[in-house]
Design a protein around this ligand. Sequence first.
Ligand code: ADP
Ligand code: MG
Length: 353
Amino acid sequence: MVNPFKFGVVVKGHDFCDRENEINEIISDIKSGVSITLISPRRYGKTSLILNIFDRLNYLKTVYIDLMGITTIQDFLDVYVRAFFEYLGGVKKITASWKKIFPNLEDLQINFGPFGASFKVSPSIKNIEEVIALPEKIGGQVVVALDEFQEITNIKEIDLLALFRKKAQLFENTTFIFSGSRRHVMYEIFSNLEKPFYRFSKIYNLGSLNKEEAVGFVKHKFESTNIKIDKKLVERLYEICMGHPYYMQYISHILWNISSNNEKCYEENLEEAVNLVLLSERPMFEALWDSLTSNQKMVLKSISYGISPYDLDISAGSVKAALDKLKKLDVVEKINRRYNVVDPFFSMWLKNL
Ligand SMILES: Nc1ncnc2c1ncn2[C@@H]1O[C@H](COP(=O)(O)OP(=O)(O)O)[C@@H](O)[C@H]1O
Ligand SMILES: [Mg+2]
């Protein structure tokens, strides 16, 4: 029997635990032409959510663009053009006819290398505007997802955000999903009154999985592979992971391996799975810990214990500086006026120090 829990890859279909409320809300916004900004820490399921939404919107034209790793305007033009060419039936097919489809795009070069095709578009303002406007050229209502959108701030050659906004606000048939993991960078782009994307889209904070949906999902997967598991144990698993989708799948995956020779899953199996996950994440947690200053360490530790860092024996100014840095690193976040450690397993590891 194959392990039914998947982690570290985009999950779709039966591997995706439906986020019914989130999906319905986002789909209804998109249908009414409202662009969305999707924000959550890494591994909360943004990419998976976008692609599952796209599956449901299969009567529209949907284009997914991953901006992870771009550093120059040339990189941006390359991934953007590539996504549209692939949408239109593959690079080979389009190579012959792109001039007819995009008559205003000048000096496009397509190179076929060992890693597939790459595109070179000379980065004149006119060309950049043409590329940004590609979704308006293919006809009909188009939804474009720009994943890891904060990466656009790596580009220093031109003010791409201002140019993008200037073009995109005139679009008639295109709706965007901007998605990003760096919370403070995304907020800086989308909710700073002085920035071009202010009020361009509706901000949607993607949270943890709904308890009932997640518990049902995990229980069903165990039982459909002939392993019994009590609802209470799955609820305990949910609480340990705090509904974090990646950890739910990861722990469930290990738990399933541990119990696959038995008919039933026991509490001590869950404990063992949690310890194995903690052990495997340890090098990453240690590296992060080692990179912090002693004030940052103290502040972080107090947050993991649920104690206000302002009760520590450090000046309020130093606590604030440490908190700002930890927020910038996406290690802590402030929710309802309280700071939390973003990663539930890092929090658990901190408490064991
Ligand atoms: N709705 C979901 N149902 C089940 N597992 C999920 C869900 N969303 C995310 N995951 C789990 O989390 C992992 C990371 O998801 P991903 O979509 O790559 O997140 P992100 O794009 O936010 O970094 C997936 O490999 C999967 O194990
Ligand atoms: Mg992603």
